[in-house]
Design a binder for this molecule. Structure first.
Ligand SMILES: [Zn+2]
Length: 393
């Protein structure tokens, strides 16, 4: 067991990299370590929602084609206000079986493995480049990767951008080759407020939103009925487009006509479908909703429907060199689809074929007392080195 692996993971967990904060100090820490291990580094500074953020690119090996990208995100989901925590989320704790801390599975454990593999790798033996790509703001729409993907070749200089990427999201080392696109949207209903004693002078926005929700519910039911047999083996749990009503807020008090109600929702479309085609249909159905209050008068509400964020799907054809290497080294025998989206959405959009395979447990991601199994954590650097040997040496 390498103490360096645990040292790096402890330090990474201690950086508070919740997506609403900057990852820059953690990026600088990793850049120092990777350059200390003989990697060239470039910090890609970006501005996300008014906050300075940074992605990190680090590479070794000659400027030959057909190298390998190994990538993970540094940001984490929030822990403040999340019920169930019995440990300090920013302090690594270890027991006989597991290592605890926010991001241990998703996905600082994998990033610590990258540092350990970089340290022990015989860089002089590389025939093709190894490129580590560490991103910001994955958890909030993969915004770091969205900025980085088109800029990657520029940062790499004379190193040809590899066309295969290994994403170490938590999968307990199973291999995933696809995921759906994701689109989040907002529906804003503006009615007219007033005293609840005279409902006919106003329009209750919550009442009109109820009709909107019913229209969306009908779409959900139709989508579920439209199962696509050709992707049943890739997405066995949901071979169809899925939708989720996320948040709803509106109204002031029980005795006030609600003037405004806002719903936020998202859907995930199969890789074969245009992610925004469904949004057009959602808009069309919402525009057909009766905008009168149930017990109101002649007045009608305004409804505005807007896209908040849309990220493409990921689809990598089976049988790539990377798939073969991952199968040989991890013992995985097949690949299927992920239920979640990844940075692979944006890497795919510039022509990089991605596979998802990592040491963390998917059911630990985003959970209180998040942890990673020590066995999976400790064997990771050797898995990574063996994959690099097959791909780049
Ligand atoms: Zn993740």
């Amino acid at each position: 067991m390498s103490t360096y692996l645990y040292e790096v993971l402890e330090r990474l967990i201690a950086f508070d990299t919740v997506s609403s904060r900057t990852v820059l100090p953690a990026v600088e820490y990793l850049a120092d370590h990777l350059s200390g291990h003989g990697f060239k580094t470039a910090i890609h500074r970006i501005d996300v929602l008014g906050l300075p953020q940074a992605n990190l690119v680090a590479w070794a090996g000659p400027p030959s084609p057909d190298g390998l990208i190994i990538t993970g995100h540094l940001d984490t989901v929030p822990f403040e206000g999340q019920p169930g925590w019995e440990r300090n989320p920013l302090q690594m704790e270890i027991d006989a079986e597991r290592v605890y801390g926010r991001g241990s599975s998703d996905m600082k454990g994998f990033l610590a493995q990258c540092a350990e593999a970089a340290r022990t790798l015989d860089k002089a033996r590389l025939k093709r480049p190894v490129v580590f790509v560490i991103t910001a703001d994955e958890e909030v729409g993969m915004l770091g990767a969205r900025e980085l993907a088109p800029a990657l070749q520029g940062l790499l200089g004379d190193i040809p951008r590899p066309s295969l990427a290994w994403i170490g999201e938590p999968t307990s080392y199973s291999v995933l080759h696809a995921h759906k696109s994701i689109c989040s949207f907002e529906v804003r209903v503006r009615g007219r407020g007033g005293h609840s004693g005279t409902p006919h002078h106003g329009v209750n926005a919550i009442a009109v939103m109820a009709r909107v929700i019913e229209a969306l519910g009908r779409i959900q039911a139709e989508l579920r009925a439209e199962q696509k047999p050709d992707v049943a083996d890739v997405f066995p749990e949901s071979p169809y487009d899925v939708m989720n009503l996320g948040t709803v807020r509106g109204g002031l008090a029980t005795n006030v006509i609600a003037e405004e109600c806002v719903l936020r929702a998202s859907y995930r479309s199969l890789p074969s479908t245009d992610p925004l085609a469904l949004f057009d249909e959602i808009k069309r159905r919402i525009s057909a909703v009766d905008r009168h209050d149930f017990a109101g008068g002649e007045l009608i509400a305004d409804i505005e429907t807007t896209v908040l964020l849309a990220a493409p799907s990921m689809w990598t054809e089976r049988g790539s060199r990377l798939e073969k290497a991952l199968f040989e080294v991890t013992g995985a025998r097949t690949a299927r689809g992920a239920q979640f989206a990844t940075d692979g959405a944006w890497f795919s959009s510039v022509g990089i074929q991605c596979l998802i395979c990592g040491p963390g447990d998917y059911n630990q991601a985003h959970q209180p007392n998040e942890s990673i199994g020590r066995e999976a954590l400790e064997r990771g650097p050797s898995i990574m080195t063996q994959v690099i040997e097959r791909m780049c040496m």
